[in-house]
Design a protein around this ligand. Structure first.
Ligand code: C5J
Length: 383
């Protein structure tokens, strides 16, 4: 168990889960150990102590191997419980063997010796885990340093940078640019929530999480402002147009009870931003009742007050709120660069067309570029 402790943040990053979820791999492991203790007494009474003791390492190692390849938190936690049940065989059975085979005066000292030996593993486990985590090829440095390279410093220095974009290179002015992350809300992205309940494949949106985290970190480190938006309505639904409420003829639509509270209602868990991309204190969150982030919000004033003229746009969904916002921004005179791998749609064909519509006709609404090209943009004036 303890070998995992130093690398938990890396595992959380790889599986794109919150610190709270990744720590279940420890808590539920301990529950597995507790449950296993109840199991092995009766089993070994029937099948023999030694044969049961020899079978448990197989369970431990097998589950450990599967854990190493797990690609989702659900798989990782499940196999960790199995691993714990395997691992606790030794804890119960070796004590039972000592008790069965010791003369009455000897048992206590032999058990104490066992406890000493068994304490060594948890003692050295975190150190081993730390070493493995820092093994060459498993670089634990923060993401922006890995992805942005030398050029990143130029962006940080506030120099104009050239982003390789379509339909042609975009001159990014970090001093007057802001990252706008559209509607990465639990109602849209969480498995089992509103978007999924409508029959959508949320993994198509969730694939944007890792690149957006990288972009977010690079942009924050470079000192650009970050603005988050959330689509949703007042709890009394006074700002929900009846036409929007009626649209789709949904059994459970906006304002109705959903898997994470009332659907798209402010203050409800599902309305909030996913933990992986949660705003830092001080980063503005714009609550918008419409698809576009400018409609009925103070976003325009906020941008103008900060002297922002360029928007780096990410979020969901590409063809709905991202596209609507980019068009609104374009009409208000902002230059938008949409980050292709950081926007997502439930419909791959709309994703593609949504991006093509932005960059068509010489960039009729703006530019499109991959996140790497934005965070590692070289300076415009390199000697
Ligand atoms: C939708 C959004 N698709 N944020 N909202 O209803 O794109």
């Amino acid at each position: 168990m303890h070998i995992l402790i130093p690398v938990l943040p890396l595992v959380a990053q790889e599986l794109v889960v919150s610190p709270g979820k990744i720590q279940l791999t420890i808590t539920l492991y301990l529950f597995g150990i507790a449950g296993g203790q109840l199991l092995y007494g009766p089993v070994s009474d029937k099948s023999g102590r030694r044969s049961t003791l020899l079978a448990t390492p197989a369970l431990f190692v097998g589950a450990g191997a599967v854990a190493g390849w797990a690609t989702s938190i659900a798989t990782l936690v499940s196999v960790r419980i199995v691993q714990a049940v395997g691992g606790c065989g030794g804890l119960v059975l070796d004590r039972a063997i000592v008790r069965d085979s010791s003369a009455s005066g000897e048992a206590a000292s032999r058990m104490a010796l066992l406890t000493i030996v068994q304490s060594l593993a948890p003692g050295i486990g975190p150190a081993v885990g730390g070493l493995l985590g820092a093994w060459p090829g498993r670089d634990p440095r923060p993401i922006p340093e890995q992805t942005a390279g030398d050029n990143y410093c130029d962006l940080k220095g506030g120099n104009m940078a050239i982003v390789e974009a379509e339909p042609y290179p975009f001159h990014l002015d970090p001093a007057h640019a802001s990252l706008v992350i559209i509607d990465v809300q639990r109602d849209f992205l969480e498995p089992g929530d509103f978007g999924a309940a409508l029959g959508n494949d949320v993994s198509l949106l969730r694939r944007t999480i890792v690149p957006t985290r990288r972009l977010l970190q690079a942009v924050r480190a470079a000192g650009l402002s970050v603005i988050h938006t959330r689509e949703g309505h007042r709890p009394d639904l006074a700002d929900l147009p009846p036409a929007k409420k009626a649209r789709g003829r949904l059994v459970a639509g906006i304002g109705d009870p959903g898997p994470m509270g009332r659907i798209l209602v402010r203050g409800e868990p599902g309305h909030d931003i996913i933990p992986e991309l949660y705003p830092l204190p001080g980063e503005p969150v714009v609550d918008k009742p419409g698809k576009g982030a400018f409609h009925a919000t103070d976003l325009d004033a906020m941008l103008k007050n900060r002297g922002i003229a360029q928007l780096i746009v990410s979020g969901v969904t590409t063809e709905v709120c991202v596209n609507t916002t980019v068009r609104e921004a374009n009409d208000r005179g902002y230059e938008c660069i949409v980050v292709a791998d950081c926007v997502g749609s439930y419909f791959p064909e709309f994703e593609e067309m949504g991006l093509r519509m932005i960059k068509a006709q010489g960039g009729i609404f703006g530019w499109v570029a991959p996140s790497e090209a934005v965070s590692a943009a070289p300076p415009a004036t390199r000697s």
